[in-house]
Design a protein around this ligand. Structure first.
Ligand code: AMP
Ligand code: GLY
Length: 424
């Protein structure tokens, strides 16, 4: 197979690393990729949302499968773009259709979908500029803290959790009337606050059947003890100790099965990964959010724990034969610790030379934001490297990741020293 993978983060490096192991792979292209993905294929200077550019590249290079890493091209309809084009329709896209990608692209759509299919989630109501006064009334009927969510994609910044009613009203107004998140906050979901511990569950589906991947827990805050600003994710562990067999059965029966069946029943074409952001409230799972792609940095621990051939699974998705494919997992634990640029998630500098990568023995280093200048590798993003390790348990894997980090350096590098603190 000749595969084009879209994206440039740690998630895409992990997917490229895994696909490169497949005997079914003839050539892998990554658009745009990073200095790490170069080791597993050919980087191509194309934006994942440049559909016309992608079309030209796919046709000129006889690409016969497109794997989509990030949400933007999916929410913008890359699946439908391929299906609607006479020259591209035979090239399968691994990802949901535009309509189904609304599970991530619109919080209101996701909530309505969950209501229709009885999937456990926080109580909510949705408001627009015209119903701002009703929004205030709704807030008055709720208890603190208040959860406000911009309906559309807002680069991970669209969820606000406010302690007082005054702040909540002010933010609601700023989102609806003053377009705080642009078009993304022209609708706002106000939601009941759920108290519990979060984790991420993943499946891959061909629209009929699905396979469950290992679960993971990510660490979103910049500071230790989960303090400070939200980031794209500072580390992850898999498996998740509190997700025992009983809890995972509940996730499967109350959330995964109704989601996959609901998508099919509503004619929402879905051929890719579904990410379930789950919160455990006193032993009961609730959906906090859906994403229409894999998580990052969760992929950097989930994919290393997949023993089976990933391309074989994608091939099963493309040909609607996923149920016939085998899926096996590594029993070991996996952890990843993100090394980020000093200052991230606020302003940070890039272009710092990274030292020590060649000496890594006990870990897999997935590049999240890097570029290459000859043999030198430099930081090129907020999140720079995801240092993944296996271990007989999470503690053991973490020791390896932290041991590896001691030998990797770049100016002003920062990482959290407490990944996994709440589960070990
Ligand atoms: P999201 O972008 O939907 O993942 O939300 C970002 C974060 O906000 C989540 O990971 C949770 O930590 C938090 N969050 C979202 N919704 C709720 C809720 N209903 N109750 C408590 N925390 C929430
Ligand atoms: N790590 C959370 C996400 O990928 O959205």
């Amino acid at each position: 197979m000749r595969v084009l993978l879209l994206g440039s983060g740690g998630r895409e490096h992990a997917l490229a690393w895994k696909m490169a192991k497949s005997s079914q792979l003839d050539q892998l292209f990554i658009a745009p990729g990073n200095a790490g993905t170069r080791n597993h294929g050919t980087n191509v200077a194309l934006k994942p949302t440049d559909f016309e550019g992608i079309k030209t590249f796919v046709l000129e290079n006889n690409v016969n499968m497109v794997v989509v890493g990030p949400e933007d091209p999916l929410v913008a309809g890359i699946y439908d773009f391929f299906v609607a084009d006479a020259e591209l329709m035979k090239v399968p896209v691994i990802g949901p259709s535009k309509a189904a990608a609304q599970l991530e692209g619109s919080k209101d759509f996701a909530k309505e979908f969950m209501m229709r299919h009885n999937i456990p989630t926080a109580k909510y109501a949705t408001f627009t500029k015209d119903t701002l006064e009703k929004g205030y009334k709704f807030l008055e009927s709720m208890k603190a803290p208040y959860v406000l969510k911009a309906d559309g994609l807002a680069a991970g910044k669209g969820v606000l959790i406010l302690e007082t009613l005054d702040e909540a009203k002010k933010e609601l107004k700023s989102m609806l009337a003053d377009a705080k998140f642009g078009d993304a906050s022209s609708r706002v979901v106000i939601e009941q606050f759920l108290k519990g511990i979060e984790m991420s569950a993943f499946v891959i589906t061909d629209g009929d059947s699905y396979k469950t991947l290992p679960e993971a827990k990510d660490y979103k805050r910049i500071g230790e003890n989960d303090k400070g600003l939200n980031t794209g994710g500072m580390g992850a562990v898999s498996p998740v100790p509190f997700a025992d067999a009983t809890f995972k059965d509940k996730i499967e029966n109350q959330i995964i099965i109704p989601t996959v069946k609901g998508l099919k029943a509503e004619g929402l074409v879905y051929k890719g990964f579904i990410f379930f952001g789950i919160i455990n409230v006193k032993g009961e799972p609730y959906v906090i959010e859906y994403n229409c792609r894999m998580g990052d940095p969760e992929t950097e621990v989930v994919i290393p724990r997949l023993k089976s051939d990933l391309l074989d699974l994608f091939e099963g998705v493309a040909s609607n034969t996923l149920s016939e494919r085998d899926i096996q997992f590594d029993e070991r634990s996996a952890t990843t610790v993100m090394m980020v640029s000093g200052g991230y998630p606020e302003e940070y500098e890039t272009g710092k030379v990274i030292y020590g990568l060649n000496s890594v023995k006990d870990s897999l280093v997935f590049h999240a934001g890097t570029s290459a200048d000859g043999p030198a590798i430099m930081s090129a993003g907020g999140r720079v490297l995801a240092v993944t390790s296996y271990g007989k348990n999470i503690e053991n894997a973490l020791l390896r990741s932290y041991g590896t980090i001691e030998n990797i350096e770049f100016e002003k590098a920062y990482f959290r020293k407490d990944i996994g603190f709440d589960v070990v």
